[in-house]
Design a binder for this molecule. Structure first.
Ligand code: ATP
Ligand code: MG
Length: 444
């Protein structure tokens, strides 16, 4: 099939229609490829709405005017079939966008079987699990596509921002020898004679790299064998990671704030159509800094439970309510609530508890990122492993990496699907992954 003369729908709307006297436009002839979005048969007039990734256009056949066999074919093509339609572009006051196509050739490239297993209309009546079972077909829906168009903007904006910051993009291993986060559950993998693990984060690697290349970032897939089934957790998710040498928590919180602001700015610029589809009015967020203790006091007044060393989902939600359109950084976090690699602070909390240089960032009522200054002193690291009852010998390479000239450093990780979900106001994080992996789902 020679598709070299293809016109995208979006471009067709910018072309001159057939009525034009300009002969060099081939009298407004277009060759479109796409899916049959909808059909309508008014007996003397037949419509096909053709959809490609760039938009939709109406194709209009008229009895007596359109060639007989094409007019007949128009009523037989099932919805979502793939077609090639060649025709003349015409001005039309009634047609959406002011233009339509009079067909001169229609070819059915791939006929869709019917009935379709899910409702593919914009506001699909099919429930999410069933839509995910048929995700490949669900992605025919512009509303599903919109999510991944926005996710693409977020990804490009992240890379663009990091490039401007002078950070190097890195690629890290996903099969590891020991848990990189301690707490969270891991997936074992048979690795020849040994048991390896699927990575829960690129934490240890990005630190080792920052200690030579200073500023690094990654888009990294993580696996967490958490059994809980929530609307904001996945068992396979992706993170935007950042790590920087000669920096503490304050410096990298500022980088994160500017990064998220840049991402939101780009989404506003590039995705007005998608935001409108989801009825979202986005604002570039401001920034607020609160200590963990300040948050605990606010929540006490609001009668909302905060954990001893972690924020409850309700308290995150409340922060979103109290500080709309704001990235809320919660810092001076109790050391006991942070992983082994977070630097202890020289400050103590009001109840004498040891604080840390770790933080969380809460945006739109949910944690989007955790980060902090890391421990770059081997003896202190060993002490922390022991305090967390972790096996020091499992981390020999990691600890040794700080013995031969390692600067202080700090960084963060931000959930890709989390930020997508929040910016579009999606009720379930599974909507923001092409092919989600959760406790019950390994396919498609
Ligand atoms: P949470 O407290 O929300 O469960 P976490 O503190 O366990 O997250 P981190 O290890 O701090 O997660 O991961 C960094 C970021 O990655 C989080 O702030 C969040 O945006 C995202 N994230 C973490 N776990 C998941 C998950 N299971 N599914 C999707 N995104 C996640
Ligand atoms: Mg966290």
């Amino acid at each position: 099939m020679d598709t070299s003369n293809r016109t995208y729908v979006k471009d067709a709307f910018h072309m001159k229609a057939s009525s034009s006297s300009k002969d060099d436009e081939k009298k407004g002839e277009v060759e479109l490829y796409g899916w049959v979005h909808d059909t309508r048969d008014l007996s003397k007039i037949r419509f096909i709405v053709l959809r490609d990734i760039s938009g939709r256009i109406q194709v209009c056949g008229v009895k007596g005017e359109t060639e007989e066999d094409i007019f007949e074919l128009m009523k037989t093509i099932p919805r979502e079939s793939v077609v090639r339609i060649k025709g003349h572009l015409k001005e039309s006051k009634q047609a959406p966008g002011g233009k339509e196509v009079s067909p001169i050739e229609i070819e059915v490239i791939a006929k869709a079987e019917h009935p379709l297993p899910i409702d593919v209309s914009d506001h699909s009546k099919t429930e999410l699990p069933k839509r995910l079972d048929y995700r490949f077909l669900d992605l025919h829906r512009e509303r599903a596509q919109a999510i991944f168009k926005v996710q693409d903007t977020i990804l490009q904006a992240y890379r663009e921002f990091m490039n401007k910051e002078g950070a190097f993009e890195a690629i890290f291993p996903s099969i590891i020898g020991a848990s990189s986060e301690g707490g969270t559950e891991v997936y074992p993998v048979k690795y020849f004679e040994k048991t390896a693990l699927l990575s829960q984060s690129c934490q240890l690697y990005k630190q080792m790299l920052a200690c030579s290349m200073e500023k690094v970032f990654a888009v990294f897939t993580v696996w967490r064998a958490e059994k809980h089934n929530t609307t904001r957790h996945l068992n396979e998710s992706r993170q935007y990671d950042f790590e920087m040498a000669f920096a503490d928590d304050k410096i990298v919180m500022d980088v994160l704030a500017r990064c998220v602001q840049h991402i939101v700015k780009k989404v506003i610029e590039k995705n007005s159509k998608e935001l409108e589809m989801y009825e979202i009015k986005l604002k570039v967020p401001g920034v607020k800094y609160l200590t963990f203790h300040e948050v605990a006091s606010i929540m006490k007044k609001e009668k909302i439970h905060v954990g001893k060393d972690d924020l409850s989902p309700e308290s995150e939600r409340k922060l979103g309510e109290l500080y709309p359109d704001t990235i809320v950084f919660v810092y001076d976090w109790p050391l006991s609530g942070k992983p082994f690699y977070i630097m202890p602070s020289d400050k103590k909390g009001p109840n004498g508890e040891q604080l840390s240089n770790g933080f969380d960032a809460i945006y739109m009522g949910m944690e989007i990122s955790s980060g902090g200054q890391r421990i770059h002193i081997p003896e202190l690291l060993i002490e922390r492993f022991k305090a967390k009852k972790m096996k020091v010998e499992n981390f020999k390479d990691y600890i040794d990496s700080f013995r031969y000239g390692a600067p202080m450093h700090a960084g963060w990780g931000m959930g890709v699907e989390r930020i997508t979900m929040l910016l579009l106001g999606l009720p379930n994080i599974r909507e923001a992954v092409l092919f989600p992996r959760d406790r019950d789902r390994l396919t498609p």
